[in-house]
Design a protein around this ligand. Structure first.
Ligand SMILES: Cc1ncc(C[n+]2csc(CCOP(=O)(O)OP(=O)(O)O)c2C)c(N)n1
Length: 285
C-alpha cells in the first residue's frame, strides 16, 4: 500500500501511536533492538516525515529531496516504521527486522530506501549532514538537511566540531534535532557527563536554537517551520523528551535502551497503546 503524504498536525499523534506499536512488535519479534530511544524520537520523526520533508517515496534518490540523517542509528525501529508508513517499502518488511539476510538491520544503513546515512558509531551524523548541505549549496538547490542526534551523543567531541563547521559556513539549510530524552545507555546523562545548558552551548556556537516539548507534535511542527525561515545560521531543535515515552513503565528507564519487552511487558505496553496483543504460541513456526 502506498504511504500517506502530508497530513494535518492533529493526525500526527495517531500516526505516532501506530509507530510505537510497530516498534514494540519489531523488537519483540527480533528479541533485540532499541525501543526506548525510538519512543522518545517518535513525535519528531512523524512530524518531519508527514509535514516537513520533501520526499518522493517512489523515487528515494530524487535529486531535489530533503535529506534526513539519523545519527543515533540504533533507533532504527522508529525510523523504519515511519519509512514504511510513508510508503518507502512494504510494511511487511518490518517483520524481518534484525533477521539475517533481511533488509532492515539493527542500525540504519544505505541499503534501505529512504535512508541517507549508514549509522552506528555515534557522533558522525552532523558532519555528514554538513557535507550534504554544502553540496546542495554548490548545486544551488533549495533542499534542506535534517540530522537527529541523541543527548548522550552530545558527549562526542565530533558533534562540536561539526557544530562549529555548520555555523562557520552559515548552513541555514541544516536543522539538527537533539532528542533530549535525559537517559543514555546506562543511566541519566546528568550523572554520567552533564550536557546542559544545551541551548546556551549551541547559541554560543552560533546556532539558532529552538527548545520545545519533543513529544508535542504541534510544538515541533512550529519549530521546524521557524527553522526553515531562519537565514544565515543553522538551527537546532532541542526536543525535550523522555526515553521510553508513550508507555508509562518504560519512561526514563535505561533498562529499555536496548532490549525487547518480555511477554508480560508486551501485554501491558500494548494495552496502554490501545492495541490487542497475545503472545505467539511457543514452539510454533
Ligand atoms: C562512538 C560510539 N560509542 C558508543 C556507542 C554505543 N552506544 C550505542 S547507543 C549508546 C547510548 C546513546 O545515548 P543517546 O545518544 O542518549 O541515545 P538514546 O537515548 O536516544 O538512545 C551508546 C553509548 C556507539 N554506538 N558509538
Amino acid at each position: 500500500m502506498a504511504g500517506r503524504d502530508k497530513v494535518e498536525v492533529g493526525e500526527l499523534p495517531g500516526i505516532a501511536r501506530q509507530v510505537r506499536v510497530d516498534v514494540l512488535d519489531m523488537t519483540y519479534r527480533a528479541q533485540s533492538g532499541h525501543p526506548g530511544g525510538s519512543f522518545s524520537a517518535t513525535e519528531a520523526l512523524v512530524t518531519l516525515y508527514f509535514r516537513h520533508l520533501h520526499l518522493d517515496p517512489g523515487n528515494p534518490r530524487w535529486a531535489d529531496r530533503d535529506r534526513f540523517v539519523l545519527s543515533k542509528g540504533h533507533c532504527s525501529p522508529a525510523m523504519y516504521a515511519v519509512l514504511a508508513a510513508r510508503g518507502f517499502f512494504p510494511k511487511s518488511e518490518l517483520q524481518g527486522f534484525r533477521k539475517l539476510g533481511r533488509m532492515l538491520q539493527g542500525h540504519v544503513d544505505l541499503k534501505v530506501p529512504g535512508v541517507e546515512f549508514s549509522a552506528g558509531s555515534l557522533g558522525q551524523g552532523l558532519s555528514f549532514a554538513n557535507g550534504i548541505a554544502l553540496g546542495l549549496r554548490l548545486d544551488r538547490k533549495d533542499a534542506r538537511v535534517y540530522c537527529m542526534m541523541g543527548d548522550g551523543e552530545q558527549q562526542e567531541g565530533q558533534v562540536w566540531e561539526a557544530a562549529m563547521t555548520a555555523a562557520h559556513y552559515k548552513l541555514d539549510n541544516v536543522c539538527a534535532i537533539v532528542d533530549n530524552n535525559q537517559v543514555s545507555q546506562t543511566g541519566f546523562i546528568k550523572d554520567t557527563k552533564n550536557i546542559e545548558p544545551l541551548h546556551e552551548k549551541y547559541r554560543a556556537f552560533g546556532w539558532n536554537v529552538e527548545r520545545v516539548n519533543g513529544q508535542d507534535c504541534a510544538a515541533l511542527d512550529a519549530a521546524f517551520t521557524r527553522a526553515a525561515q531562519t537565514k544565515g545560521k543553522p538551527t537546532v531543535v532541542i526536543a525535550d523528551t523522555k526515553k521510553g515515552a508513550g508507555v508509562s513503565f518504560m519512561e526514563l528507564r535505561s533498562d529499555y535502551h536496548g532490549r525487547a519487552l518480555t511477554d508480560d511487558e508486551m501485554q501491558r505496553a500494548m494495552k496502554e497503546l490501545g492495541q490487542a496483543w497475545t503472545p505467539p504460541a511457543k514452539g510454533g513456526a
